[in-house]
Design a protein around this ligand. Sequence first.
Ligand SMILES: Cc1ncc(COP(=O)(O)O)c(C=O)c1O
Length: 372
Amino acid sequence: MNVPFYTATREYKNHKAEFDSVLSEVLEAGDFILGKAVKDFEEKIAAYTGAKYAVGVANGSDALVIASDILGFKDGAEVITPVFTFFASSSCIARLGGKPVFCDVDEDTFCMDMKDAEKRITQKTVGLLPVHLFLQTADMSSCMALAKKHNLKVLEDAAEAFGMKELYNGSLHTAGAIGDMGIYSFFPTKTLGGYGDGGIIITNNEEYYLKAKSLRVHGATKKYHHDYVGYNSRLDSLQAAVLNVKLKHIDEAIEKRAAHAKQYSELLKNVPQVKIPVVKTKGKEVYYVFNILAEKRDALQTYLTEKGIGTTVYYPKCLHEQECFKYLGYKKGDFPVAEKLCASVLALPMYPELTEDEIGYVCEKIAEFYKR
Ligand SMILES: Cc1ncc(COP(=O)(O)O)c(C=O)c1O
């Protein structure tokens, strides 16, 4: 059996008529740049997330840069962000001349350890950039309390967190809509993924919203009248059309992911060399990724590849060990939890169209590897 780590084609075939129809609508209208599909999508995202405003941009990384620019995460300012995440969560700060200050992560949630974050606050700290990783949100109640205490801005990297919720101030809040600004990525593998790149910024702050709208079109509030030196970063109308279709089916897709996670957890719970995900955050988890912590991870990955099973290591190397961040002066051993995770984490196939037989096969091969 072959179980790809990810495939977009099963979903496309399931909803082909819908996708083809919305794509040809855009082609026939010819409104490729910030067209009707983008406007519709932004409105739907605001409604879905409960944020007042949404601004579609070219990808999640640009969304982070633009939001960092607006929140002042630049020009020597320090921003605390986890050391175990995708590169873009900290490159956005460095790109603008800010200083990423890394903190360790929680062993169970893989998200920012807020106690460790607090220890790293200095006079120069202006913000916190928590990341909602893999399946659950960072502890936003502690994060917002920290921000209030130290007068910091909060940018939520919710690139991986579409549909996740957190119990905050007594009610469920959507990931990304709690801090000053939040962002999502629509990279194809994401829970809400497009058929190419895409991203969005959400906020409840009108001033930030208007600035984001301007920055995505070269800092112009009126065509050819530039108030800021901005970016060229817009969500493509064709991508928005795809995303509008996918948004209709998102709740069902999230439920299917949850059912797959349940099956994986059942089948792997008696494999002592494997630790299955722990859900700690109160709210709603969404399995964007199903990550196990595995003994002999690299050998297991090779074995699964030989058996036709696709896996990925998110992330093999912490950010403080990246060549480009050497100037920050960290060394191996500075972030023990994150470093341990990098050595044992392994993501198994996870997408709505995965079948029970495929999950059974993956788990059977994992158990078989440790029995040999
Ligand atoms: C945590 C995190 N932040 C940021 C990004 C960047 O998003 P994009 O690939 O759309 O630029 C990603 C996804 O790739 C991500 O996983």
